[in-house]
Design a protein around this ligand. Structure first.
Ligand code: MRU
Length: 352
């Protein structure tokens, strides 16, 4: 069942975290309650919660839940066990840097807080809540910044997006889908095309669900239809999210994003990446250094319960690819829209 209120994939409720189970959407709306760090790690790994900023928020709460389970009253022992909690969460998914960024910020809070273990635990909860609130505000800013660069002709745009970058993938509102949302609010959106996003179908299952929920006109296409739609003049701009952006602007996002960028270039259609600055990994000089997650082949050989390949076949299932910076028209952040080569200028504004 769908809720009528805005979608928040992660909610702190009384003494636990509530997650929308994104593996069940759109057929079922199920809330999962998480009270322990290990359960949060499992939820991230199995993609009950997913999307770069959303797993950052989830990991931040995971850090608090883990901190709450630590028994000692000794500061040094507490901090050492908190490092173990951090490591459990770091091992969940490798590509989205927001996860590592949020864990680092939580550790920094613990090290910088003076006082008892109880005081440290309390400040960790506060930081997790701050990370969540800031991400929501950041996404709203990204949405509005995006409006500044969307083509002004035609008046009402048809945008193509990929994967799910909406409220479900963030603290709320969304990155690329946040721009779509803002365009819709301002009367500048005719329609969004949501590419299916094989193998896990986040576009077909999640983006379309969010759009229907908000009354945004959405058309789902399979991934191999994008070139045809561009060729027929159906797409004015492409807008995608990011899981990690290297210092030179090379962008890791859901597998298939790279092909979309090539096809957009071939049709002279602007290709935008929308992401918070916490998604930029300034330590990496280029996209070849971004770790790419490989997932279980069942995501390819199975659709639902049905096997779609014969026995004896081998599989390769990278979950992300890297779009080279020269295919990206602009990167839409909460601090402004930049070309990939201008990205370095924003480093000083990156949240600590
Ligand atoms: O594997 P997922 O579903 O976590 O991948 C998510 C994406 O690739 C999104 O496009 C990305 O996180 C964009 S940020 C909202």
């Amino acid at each position: 069942m769908m809720s009528k209120s805005p979608v928040y994939p992660v909610i702190w409720h009384e003494d636990r975290v509530l997650l929308i189970d994104q593996t069940k959407l759109p057929s079922e709306y199920v809330i999962v309650e998480i009270s322990r760090c290990d359960d949060m790690a499992r939820a991230i790994k199995t993609m009950i919660v997913r999307g770069a900023p959303a797993i950052g928020v989830a990991a931040a709460y995971g850090m608090y839940l883990g901190a709450r389970e630590i028994q000692t009253q000794e500061r040094e022992a507490f901090l050492s066990q908190l490092e173990d909690v951090a490591q459990v969460l770091r091992l969940t998914r490798p590509t989205a840097v927001n996860l590592f960024w949020a864990i680092a910020r939580m550790l920094k809070t613990a090290y910088e807080t003076i006082g008892s273990v109880e005081a440290l635990q309390a400040s960790l909860l506060k930081t997790a809540q701050a990370i969540q609130l800031e991400d929501l505000q950041t996404c709203q800013m990204i949405g509005d910044r995006g409006l500044e660069v969307l083509p002004s002709n035609p008046q009402q745009l048809c945008l193509l997006t990929y994967c799910n970058t909406g409220a479900l993938a963030t603290a709320g509102y969304g990155t690329a889908l946040g721009v779509v949302r803002s365009a819709w609010r301002e009367g500048r959106l005719a329609r969004v095309y949501a590419s299916e996003t094989r193998p896990r179908q986040q576009g077909a299952k999640l983006t379309s669900w969010e759009c229907v929920h908000e009354g945004i006109p959405v058309t789902v296409i399979t991934d191999n239809m994008a070139a045809h739609c561009m060729n027929r003049g159906m797409i004015d701009a492409v807008i995608v999210g990011a899981d990690r952006i290297a210092a030179n602007g090379d962008t890791a996002n859901k597998i298939g994003t790279y092909s979309l960028a090539i096809v957009a270039k071939a049709h002279n259609i602007p290709f935008y990446v929308a992401a918070p600055l916490s998604t930029v990994d300034f330590k990496l000089s280029n996209g070849m250094e971004i770790p790419i997650e490989e997932r279980h082949p069942s995501e390819i050989y199975q659709i639902g319960e049905t096997l779609v390949c014969p026995p004896g076949v081998e599989f390769y299932n990278p979950a992300f690819d890297v779009t080279p910076a020269d295919l990206i028209t602009g990167i839409i952040t909460e601090k402004g829209v930049v070309t990939p080569s201008e990205l370095q200028n924003l480093q000083v504004m990156q949240p600590a």
